[in-house]
Design a protein around this ligand. Structure first.
Ligand SMILES: Cc1cc2nc3c(=O)[nH]c(=O)nc-3n(C[C@H](O)[C@H](O)[C@H](O)COP(=O)(O)O)c2cc1C
Length: 246
């Protein structure tokens, strides 16, 4: 059986370590791709250890997710990012089983003041994804966590825009991705969705370093003009620069 927890050590000796978990459920693999890109972005930040934690249907028993090892790992993380596909305008039943299993962290306040973020993938452009991000943000704040939104300008909102743009769905509460329902995970999201995921992961890791270790942090600002230039690069098939340093 595959491991639910995939720990990737990117800690560096000269920077105090922080740990970021990306806990997610995915039925057909689309949301998993978003999780992986978000994790890649977090790993770019020196001193960041990233754990991809998969919530699996087979770990749900009598409606409750039961993976004490993964739950203990989350207890030790500095930031937790939550990801679920949008199913019937909601987080998936499997991810809800995980959320309800976090009730012990609620009653003990174990996750209080950890940093948090969230993402969702669905087939329609809207598909009511905002309802899922709201659900995840309410969940995180019930646990006393500090929620981090996406800090990027919107794309695909003008005559020269396209599906390839950065933040092309214009979401700030959390990250949204869209995958065509007839295509597999190799075609999950759009180039803009994946780069937005990486930038969001990097943002969360940098803010975690600031929050936990008081590592100096200069707020990266990308103007609308710069965001459109990056989107034009993505449209042309160029790989995006490590964006938060722009
Ligand atoms: C039961 C079910 C309900 C769905 N509900 C929605 C929905 O409310 N909005 C939407 O845009 N897509 C919906 N979809 C499409 C999925 O969100 C989409 O296929 C997504 O990419 C699945 O992600 P995954 O591969 O990580 O499981 C639904 C799919 C299924 C099977």
């Amino acid at each position: 059986m595959a491991m639910a927890v995939d720990g990737i050590d990117r800690a560096q000796d000269d920077v105090p370590e922080v740990t970021v978990a990306v806990v997610h459920h995915s039925v057909h693999g689309h949301t998993r791709v978003l999780a992986e890109h978000l994790a890649d972005g977090a790993r770019r930040v020196p001193g960041t250890r990233v754990h991809l934690v998969e919530v699996r249907a087979e770990d749900v028993n009598a409606g409750r997710w039961r993976d004490p090892e993964a739950l203990a790992l989350l207890d030790g993380c500095d930031a937790i990012v939550f990801g679920s596909p949008t199913l019937m305008g909601s987080a998936s039943a499997v991810f809800k089983a995980f959320m309800e299993a976090a009730f012990t962290a609620f009653t003990t306040q174990r996750w209080k003041d950890k940093l948090a973020g969230g993402f969702t993938m669905s087939a329609s452009q809207s598909g009511d994804k905002l309802a899922v991000l709201q659900q995840l943000a309410v969940f995180a704040t019930q646990l006393g966590m500090q929620w981090i939104g996406v800090g990027d300008m919107p794309g695909n909102n003008w005559s020269g825009g396209s599906r390839d743009d950065l933040n092309r769905l214009g979401s700030w509460l959390g990250l949204m991705g869209q995958s065509h329902s007839d295509l597999g995970p190799e075609n999950a999201g759009s180039p803009g969705d994946l780069v937005t995921a990486e930038r969001y992961g990097e943002r969360i890791a940098r803010l975690t370093q600031r929050w936990v270790n008081a590592v100096p942090y200069d707020t990266p600002r990308m103007t609308e003009h710069e965001a459109r230039a990056l989107s034009a690069d993505l449209r042309a098939g160029h790989s995006a620069p490590p964006a938060l340093t722009v």
